[in-house]
Ligand binder design. Structure first.
Ligand code: CA
Length: 370
């Protein structure tokens, strides 16, 4: 009897082992087959942007990004690009990608500052880093890792999508000689810049892009900022304002972004993930290059053909605004631990790189640049 039981037990164990082994083999085969299928599968994605369709430079680069990805992937990853409002309203892009309705989006992270204040640091901080410094922080200074950490809780993977370079300070119909000239001034100036204007006694007015020109014309607002000569010329601001102020202290190098739904990203084979990353780096180079090229052409047009007067804010004015900015940033961050972590990394990097920029870039601009 005992022998018989032992035999039965051994048989049962062996059978079980056989089942386990065959199941494992089956699993391995299935996962090999699905990995092999993913390697060949054609992915059809959608991208929703926060820009009007084909918006110069930042809208254009979304189309280029899709072309580059399709070309590099030999047609395996196709991305159809939609302007803001075509699939979802511009400012719903973040949520639509976060919940997986749409695979990816493009925008600028300061649009999402209301969801997490840390987002602000990956787009533009008044008196913050310029494009060269910010790219350095993102690429090799740990900035991109912090950006990915910030977006992870929203189920998103962010990528660099270009930088505008230093923007212009805005269009005014009176000279801004000191901070007191900002008192009572109604200006379209979004984000932290707007909070800083309010601390200086001005009023930051929210105006949709399509209504800025008429708001200036009708005196609903006294001043506006937009981007730089290329975009501003197309908006016709030179027809409704006399002075064009520089520098854009509120946007010293606005960073743009692509963001991908985390599950959709994880679902891609490794080589397609690498292609998304490579195309993002190409976008980073293309956008700044195109901004610089076009802004050079259009600044000339504005000054020579349109008689626009370019004025610089005084050092005194800027120093006071810088003080208000520090206050505004502290209020914005509040007790948010992640924002503090990002702010600390950003500030530390900025302090160090600024010293280097001062002895090289700044010396070059001051002494050599014509
Ligand atoms: Ca701007």
């Amino acid at each position: 009897m005992k022998k018989n039981n032992l035999f039965k037990t051994i048989t049962a164990v062996l059978t079980l082992m056989l089942v386990v082994v065959s199941c494992n083999e089956k699993d391995a085969k299935t996962s090999n087959t699905s990995a092999a299928a993913a390697e060949k599968k054609v992915y059809n994605w959608q991208m929703t942007t926060t820009w009007p369709p084909n918006f110069p430079v930042v809208g254009e680069v979304a189309n280029k990004y899709a072309e580059w990805v399709e070309e590099m992937s030999n047609g395996q990853l196709k991305i159809k690009v939609y302007g803001g409002g075509e699939l979802v309203p511009s400012l719903e892009a973040f949520d639509a990608v976060s919940n997986g309705t749409i695979e990816m989006g493009s925008g600028a992270s300061y649009y999402w500052a209301g969801k997490t204040p840390a987002a602000q640091f990956f787009a533009a901080v008044p008196f913050g880093m310029n494009s060269q410094q910010l790219t350095s922080w993102l690429e090799t200074g740990g900035g991109l890792e912090l950006w990915r950490k910030t977006y992870a809780k929203f189920n998103l993977v962010p990528f660099m999508g270009g930088n505008s370079g230093v923007q212009m300070g805005g269009w005014f119909n009176k000279e801004i000689k000191s901070v007191s000239d900002l008192k009572g001034l109604k200006m379209r100036l979004p984000g932290i810049g707007g909070k800083v204007l309010q601390k200086a006694g001005g009023a930051a007015v929210l105006v949709a892009a399509g209504e800025i020109y008429t708001s200036m014309e009708r005196g609903v607002i006294d001043a506006t900022e937009w981007i730089g000569p290329y975009h501003d010329y197309k908006m016709g601001f030179n027809k409704v304002a006399k002075y064009y102020y520089t520098p854009g202290w509120h946007e010293p190098g606005t960073q743009f972004e692509f963001f991908v739904n985390k599950e959709k990203y994880d679902d891609l084979p490794k080589h397609l993930q690498a292609i998304l990353e490579a195309a993002s780096k190409r976008a980073q180079v293309w956008v700044l290059s195109e901004f610089d090229r076009q802004n050079g052409i259009f600044l000339d047009k504005l000054v020579k053909e349109e008689g626009v007067e370019v004025r610089e804010f005084s050092k005194e004015t800027l120093d006071i605004l810088r003080g208000y900015t520090d206050e505004a940033l502290r209020e914005m961050i509040g007790d948010d631990a992640l924002s503090k972590e990002v702010y600390e990394s950003y500030s530390k990097f900025q302090n160090r790189v600024s010293k280097w920029s001062k002895v090289t870039e700044q010396a070059y601009y001051n002494k050599i640049q014509k």
